[in-house]
Design a protein around this ligand. Structure first.
Ligand code: SF4
Length: 428
């Protein structure tokens, strides 16, 4: 069994001598089965949860206020890319009215077993492109200087420098390394107002993780960054729609012109769009211009839960479905970025909705992305849950069983891998 971990006021982390770690599925405390725990993967972080007491199991679930003479607080793990969390941390808020909402990270149940930290997590992708060993700022910084010396006035390149060095965006770093997936952020505006948007928090309840881009690059600036990447990079992907921006479909004319110019000069590499999928007619134009793949983000395949989280303006869930259908109809490799959350995404009605979406659209790939938000805040924003939570592992198994033609993973794919199943060897 794994023991509960907790932190004191100095944020030093301890393991509890007798209490089993607790987890949560939605707002329900649960015991985390031993086989749902893995050693904390390299690149994880541990966070304290101010205002929350840790919950453990000792014959019953109990929230702990003190250990010895120490006041204690709950601890959570944040997983690196490629891992999906299976359970939330077990936490109790003695006074929710004074406990601050936590910053925009994905909080995962963590414990201590056999002399090491463990987390309730499942590896969902075999690609190792975002593992810590692939990045070393000692080699990155000279490259950034070199690329900026080549294009000192390119505002997109200056934005990517900021993304790589301040936000440690791995895609931005890849752009400078000229390998794999590189970002092309363009959008300041958005037609949604997601509760957990990491680039703009309209209510000011927590800080956004990034400052949203404020400059839209020109066609020339975009092509000057994208073309060498497409023609030279290994497994090259250039992608519109990043965490630091708004919605790229609102900039459809610029993106369409960029794609056309790039494709007039090279067939190499993958041109990809990450989007909220709000404008199907724009999606169609981009596909016809030469877009290779699209990834549409969703927190839910149920219109009410989607609307409660995305708070869309002038579009609705049906438009999102239509965008997925349109991209697939144009023969593009089509993914859903499913913003997963234990106790919500694995509810029976959610799973049924997701399977219907797969059947309705013919989408190719589901990326399991842990939703970065305080669990309390997310649950407060949604309509009351319906149906039983079957568990996150069972969610994966159900998709594999009911829709074996759909790839499950985490990362965007280069076009040489479209229709392949690199993560099929992972046992869920
Ligand atoms: S769609 Fe993207 S940019 Fe727009 S509010 Fe949601 S998370 Fe933010």
């Amino acid at each position: 069994m794994a023991f509960m971990v907790f932190a004191d006021r100095t944020e030093r982390i301890y393991d509890h001598p007798t209490f089993e770690m607790g987890g949560a599925s939605g707002d329900t405390w649960v015991r985390v089965p031993d086989d749902e725990l893995i050693p904390l993967p390299e690149g994880s972080r541990l966070f304290t949860m101010p205002g929350a007491q840790p919950v453990g199991w000792h014959g019953t679930f109990q929230a702990i206020r003190t250990v010895g003479r120490r006041r204690v607080m709950a601890v959570a793990a944040f997983l690196p890319p490629g891992y999906m969390r299976a359970y939330l941390p077990g936490a109790f808020y003695p006074d929710p009215t004074v406990a601050p909402y936590l910053p925009l990270w994905a909080y995962t149940a963590a414990g201590w077993r056999d002399g090491q930290f463990v987390a309730a997590a499942i590896r969902v992708d075999v690609m190792d492109h975002q593992e810590p060993g692939q990045y070393d700022d000692r080699t990155l910084l000279p490259l950034i200087r070199k690329r900026l010396a080549e294009q000192p006035h390119n505002r997109l390149l200056h934005q990517l420098k900021r993304c790589a060095t301040e936000y440690h965006c791995l895609c931005a770093k890849n752009g400078f390394y000229r390998r794999w997936e590189a970002p092309l952020p363009v959008a300041f505006s958005c037609n949604a107002d997601c509760v957990g948007c990491i680039s703009l928090q309209t209510e000011g309840l927590v800080r956004a993780s990034h400052e949203r881009v404020s400059v839209t690059p020109s066609l020339e600036e975009m092509c000057a960054v994208a073309l060498p990447h497409l023609t030279e990079a290994q497994e090259a992907i250039v992608s519109f729609g990043q965490g630091c921006e708004g919605e790229p479909l609102l900039y459809g004319a610029l993106i369409e012109a960029t794609i056309r110019r790039l494709r007039a000069q090279t067939d190499r590499g993958t041109i990809h769009l990450n989007t909220n999928g709000s404008l199907p007619r724009v999606v169609e134009r981009l596909c016809r211009a030469g877009l290779d793949s699209i990834r549409v983000s969703l927190n839910s395949a149920q219109p009410e839960a989607y609307a409660a989280y995305y708070r869309p303006k002038n579009y609705n869930f049906a438009d999102v479905v239509e965008s997925i259908r349109t991209a697939k109809g144009c023969g593009r490799y089509t993914s859903v970025n499913l913003l997963v959350f234990p106790g919500v995404s694995d509810r029976e009605e959610e799973v049924e909705g997701l399977l219907s979406l797969i059947a309705d659209t013919g989408l190719d790939f589901i990326q399991m992305k842990n939703l970065n938000i305080d669990p309390r805040r997310y649950l407060e924003s949604l309509p009351p849950p319906r149906g039983r939570a079957i568990g996150m592992r069972e969610l994966l198994q159900t998709i594999r069983r009911e829709a074996p033609q759909v790839e499950i993973g985490y990362f965007n794919r280069p076009k040489a891998q479209f229709g392949c199943f690199p993560s099929a060897g992972l046992r869920f």
